[in-house]
Design a protein around this ligand. Sequence first.
Ligand code: AMP
Ligand code: MG
Length: 340
Amino acid sequence: LRFGSLILLLSVFFAFTVGCSLSPIEETRYLMGTQVSITVYDYDRDKLSSNQLGTVVDSAFREIARVENFAHRNNLRNMNNWAGTQPAFLGNELISLIDHAYSLSLDTYGTFRPDLGPLVSLWGVGTDSARIPLYWEIEDKLELISETIFTVEDTIMGRLDPFGASLDLGGVAKGYAVDRACLVLKDLGITAGMVWAGGDLKVFGRKPDHEPWRVAVRHPRDPEKFAAVLELYEDAAVATSGDYERYFEIDEGRYHHIIDPGTGYPAINSISATVVADLCTDADAYATAFFVLGPEAAIQLAATFDLPTMVMEERQGEIIELETSSFRRLRASDESAMVQ
Ligand code: AMP
Ligand code: MG
């Protein structure tokens, strides 16, 4: 009889878990210049019914489109266009994001800089006007950037000086969009989910199968391989900056989209940098900064901030990889295991 009740208990448990489980719902759209995927693994049945999940996912995508507009166009674009002449309305949210970007700049010895706009446009990587600038053009822009000042006026207005200065939030905007999309999903009743935007990703909640999140980091040179597979047991963001994301090639030289603010040229110390943090906004900015710093300096700095980090470089055709011990601890014991 005891055996019988155990079987019964087990089958009830089985029916319960099967009844509650949901095969993940995934949707991909093209936003912020990249593929963006949202996956829902579980949701609060008191708040939502399964036929509302599509609308919730749609709201999260709309949030990403909102961030794309406010971080790359509209008010920010006005402030850039009016640099040296007049302030522009920015609003609290954009001002907080810019302030946060400046504080991340301080934390990273200025290797991440929100005011690199003039150099980003000069190189034009990823646009039709991409080209190798002349030496004096780069010197000119470096001087302009060193003189750039951002000031907040009347708490909601922002002003840039001098004329020609411009902010470029490309190094944090995707991460911020991922954070925001996760907040929207959680607010609307999603209890386990993942948002992935190009190199930036965030996972939250507990999957119904109680397995850890498995996150694969792309290998910068071999699309068939992964540079790492991480096993995450808690909410976390993972961002990767790579020289393979956006670049142009001339005479076998690769000119990619991450600029070293020290030289004005694409950073040459790394081919890929991956950072794990709580906020995807931070992971995104640190990944860009650590890419510029290169493996040795980046790993040292990452260790002081307690940020699990991996940086790869290519020396004479050989790929060298450095990582913090905290990153090593996140690696899956069986890296060939199924990847999601
Ligand atoms: P990510 O792909 O996150 O590394 O960000 C790269 C984007 O950030 C570029 O496309 C530029 O818009 C901008 N960017 C390039 N270099 C830097 C830098 N050193 N600091 C901050 N933003 C940068
Ligand atoms: Mg970044």
